[in-house]
Design a protein around this ligand. Sequence first.
Ligand SMILES: NC(=O)c1ccc[n+]([C@@H]2O[C@H](COP(=O)([O-])OP(=O)(O)OC[C@H]3O[C@@H](n4cnc5c(N)ncnc54)[C@H](O)[C@@H]3O)[C@@H](O)[C@H]2O)c1
Ligand SMILES: O=C(O)[C@H](O)[C@H](O)COP(=O)(O)O
Length: 377
Amino acid sequence: MKILADQNMPLVEEFFSDLGEVRRFDGRNLQASSLHDVDALLIRSVTKVNADLLEHAKQLQFVGTATIGIDHVDTQLLAQRDIAFTNAPGCNAIAVAEYVISALYAYAQETDTCLQGKTLGIVGVGNIGHCLKEKLAGTGINILLCDPLRYEQGDLPEHVDIDTVLSTADILSFHVPLIKQGEHKTYHLLDESRLKKLKDSTLIINASRGDVIDNHALLKLLQNGQRLELVLDVWENEPNILTDLLPYTRFSSVHIAGHSLEGKARGTQMLYDGLCDLLGKPANKQLETFLPVPALTKCRTEKTLTEQDLGRLVHLVYDIRRDDGLMRTNLASYGFDNLRKNYPPRREFSTLNIDNMSEHGNVLAMLGFNVIEKNED
Ligand SMILES: NC(=O)c1ccc[n+]([C@@H]2O[C@H](COP(=O)([O-])OP(=O)(O)OC[C@H]3O[C@@H](n4cnc5c(N)ncnc54)[C@H](O)[C@@H]3O)[C@@H](O)[C@H]2O)c1
Ligand SMILES: O=C(O)[C@H](O)[C@H](O)COP(=O)(O)O
């Protein structure tokens, strides 16, 4: 079997080499002719799977994207052609939620803001939105949830409609898929008129898809003096983004919110499980065996922990300012895609074992650290 995989997908040889011959490709420049003898195609969000790409793909049985987002794949076409398809729902939910949490504590530190008592609106309560809500449950941040689809399905009774969330929340975090049309479209969900109505200095975090916010309208409003705090991981028209927005952002990054080592590796493993399933073979490889030991594995807390201390613990594992600095310093010379390709390793909170002497063990555990309770006596 011939397996063609994006060159920036980790651990493909480790997982797939027993199933066939693995070749790599450049995700943004895959040619239709390269697919003539391919049985399984493993992609990321940068490869568009459409009729043109599949023109010569006579043998293709399987397409897997190591992402939750599927806006780059014509899934109807795959179904028509009887090509099995799998994505990787939830693979990077922890990573994106931790990106947001790192942003929140860094913002609080830099602006001398107390997060406790602030209201956070989570728009899109799927894998990521739900994970974020659970992680923040002990922090004293008030949370509003907005997901009309889940509300209509009857499984989110606490849903608050988007315009109420936008006018109430101090902080907004977007975790919706890109939907271009229909009643619940998310394309330009934050358009000019909604942006104009936001409270002064609202903190907007977008780690979903760039098109969810009208970037040009946002820039125009900021240039005209509207005060907003921005954390942008995703941008319209990646990799050729509206760089004029950068100076207005508190933190920026190159669509890496989901790129913890664990998140990326889980994505590869989910595709491996999907292909094994299709082939009727046992999926017996485990990602834990392939992940390196983290640089930092242990620390100890004392009796009292403030909100600032929680922030310090978060930033011990992942500080969004590392990624913000990389983008601001290097975007012009390296370019968006190269920065993504050379993204330095990042681990999840669960890799830090905390010997806990404080009263906040449950808050630390909810955030996702590995808490080991220690009694003084
Ligand atoms: N920046 C990154 O690195 C990164 C990583 C992972 C995912 N993403 C993006 O984040 C999105 C969400 O990821 P997920 O794993 O939580 O997906 P998910 O499918 O589990 O959840 C998305 C949720 O959004 C809801 N939704 C759809 N339309 C909505 C609307 N108009 N208003 C409010 N809610 C709406 C859905 O009902 C669903 O519950 C992905 O589709 C992807 O585009 C980005
Ligand atoms: O939809 C997703 O899962 C994410 O946007 C994903 O993390 C994007 O990363 P990429 O596939 O481009 O590496």
